[in-house]
Design a protein around this ligand. Structure first.
Ligand code: ATP
Length: 443
């Protein structure tokens, strides 16, 4: 079982590179650990994940305010939030090979209770706290330079704009603020492909509530998070809710739930939901003036937090499928139409027949104008094109053949649509194509 699982991970990593979803960062110079570059298909898939999130949690709601804060933030922000003092992981270094490890991730059995290096067997040094924030200097002259931090979470960019948002829009409680953006953590051991990187993306919501409503709101947001996961096609049989034990909770949190996912390398965190009380607004000395009652209160906060890259990985794992079709094994990504990087591929049955090519280009242009994520594929024979599109998760392959041109008059101006998951084909009129495809996009 373990081997099979490792195998799946290898296949996904290899597919991701071969088909241009994800490359190692700075690869031609030997790679940069913990940094990943998304190629065209990866960038499209990421955009679809983010758009679906933004639509559900921002555009479709009346009580949510989007924000796009700067990545560089003043050090005072991170002093107030507690990150300068406490955003650290325990680290130990091998005296012999100098590899560094997260003390809390060492396998006690393989490391003699955390004393021996898992790589070379050398002696591990004493554990010390390592702050994971990346810092840099602002300004040209060194002496006047001020330390600023690359944000390790998008959340603080939201909190520091609480007052600006309230002053600009006068929202009534409860309301939320949402942000999608990069976060940076100097992870001691980046690993497991894009699961733990040093540069990654987050989608976070800070939802401001009256304190007495926290339990109802917590439950509501937990359901909302699960609804979104289902809607993007996450394999929910692999998702588990872990109620973080009281002794493991951050001191300000009354409740935290981790959504864990069965990755091939183990059950690990996918997303988190935390009840943060008034911790952040109090630290930034912010409060809320209720214009109706005249009172000033410090709202409490429910925080649903999503990692974009972990969502990407969990979706690839959920979608990766192998089956037999026409006596051959095939691998394909069973991605939902609104998430797949390519929605449909248009092909002429034969690429050396100008009438077919002309018609195909016309169908392609019309669909491309409407949907954007449309490919034109005339490489190799039809069977090969299907395999290639299956592998990247394209739900529909549209083929223009001689019937389209009227060889069989009953089929004039119709095309073949071949469905990725079943291999089934049906004929659809060109005039109906846009409506047909739209009807298949369910979210
Ligand atoms: P972990 O315990 O795995 O380090 P965390 O509890 O520190 O994660 P949070 O601080 O709650 O993570 O961050 C919110 C979300 O950001 C996580 O649920 C995850 O989806 C994502 N995330 C956090 N760290 C990373 C990372 N190094 N690489 C990719 N995504 C990350």
């Amino acid at each position: 079982m373990q081997n099979e699982e490792n195998n799946v991970m290898e296949k996904i990593v290899s597919l991701a590179k071969r088909r241009g979803f994800i490359f190692q960062g700075s690869e031609i110079y030997g790679g940069l650990a913990g940094a990943w570059d998304y190629g065209h298909l990866g960038a499209e898939l990421l955009n679809n994940i983010k758009s679906s999130w933004w639509k559900k949690f921002v555009s479709d709601r009346e009580d949510m305010y989007g924000i796009r804060a700067a990545i560089l933030m003043r050090s005072e922000v991170w002093e107030a939030s507690g990150h300068v003092a406490g955003f650290a992981d325990p680290m130990t270094e091998c005296a012999k090979c100098h590899h560094r490890f997260r003390t809390d991730q060492l396998d006690a059995e393989k490391t003699d209770g955390g004393m021996k290096c898992p790589d070379c067997g050398g002696a591990l040094g004493e554990s010390r706290q390592f702050n994971m924030m990346f810092s840099t200097k602002i300004g040209a002259a060194d002496d006047t330079a001020a330390t600023v931090y690359l944000r390790p979470e998008t959340a603080q960019g939201i909190f520091v704009n609480f007052k600006n948002t309230v002053d600009a829009y006068h929202p009534k409680l409860p309301f939320g603020m949402a942000q999608i953006g990069k976060a940076f953590r100097n992870e001691i051991t980046p690993r497991d492909f894009i699961f733990r990187s040093r540069e990654f993306e987050q989608m976070e919501i800070e939802y401001y509530i009256r304190p007495e409503t926290w339990e109802v709101q917590f439950e509501y947001w937990q359901n909302e998070m699960a609804d979104w996961m289902k809607s993007v096609g996450m394999d929910m049989s692999k998702v588990h809710v872990l109620d973080v034990a009281p002794e493991d909770l951050a001191h300000y949190s009354k409740r935290t739930v981790d959504f864990e996912f069965d990755y091939p390398f183990g059950k690990k965190e996918l997303f988190g939901l935390a009840y943060r009380g008034s911790f952040d607004l109090t630290n930034h000395k912010l409060d809320y003036h209720d214009e109706e009652t005249g009172e000033n209160i410090v709202p409490h906060v429910i925080e649903p937090s999503f990692g974009v890259d972990r969502a990407f990985l969990a979706l690839m794992i959920s979608a990766y499928t192998e089956d037999e079709m026409n006596g051959e094994t095939r691998a394909y990504l069973k991605l939902a139409p609104h998430i797949a990087p390519v929605l449909a591929a248009v092909s002429p049955l034969l690429r050396n027949k100008p009438e077919l090519v002309e018609k195909s280009r016309a169908v392609f242009s019309a669909l491309k104008k409407e949907f954007g994520r449309i490919a034109y594929d005339d490489n190799g024979n039809i069977g090969k094109r299907y395999r290639r599109q299956d592998e990247i998760g394209t739900p529909f392959c549209i083929v223009i053949d001689f019937d389209t041109l009227g060889e069989n008059p009953a089929n004039l101006d119709t095309v073949t649509i071949r469905h990725r998951d079943t291999g089934n084909q049906e004929r659809v009129a060109i005039a109906e194509l846009i409506t047909f495809i739209k009807s298949k996009i369910t979210a």
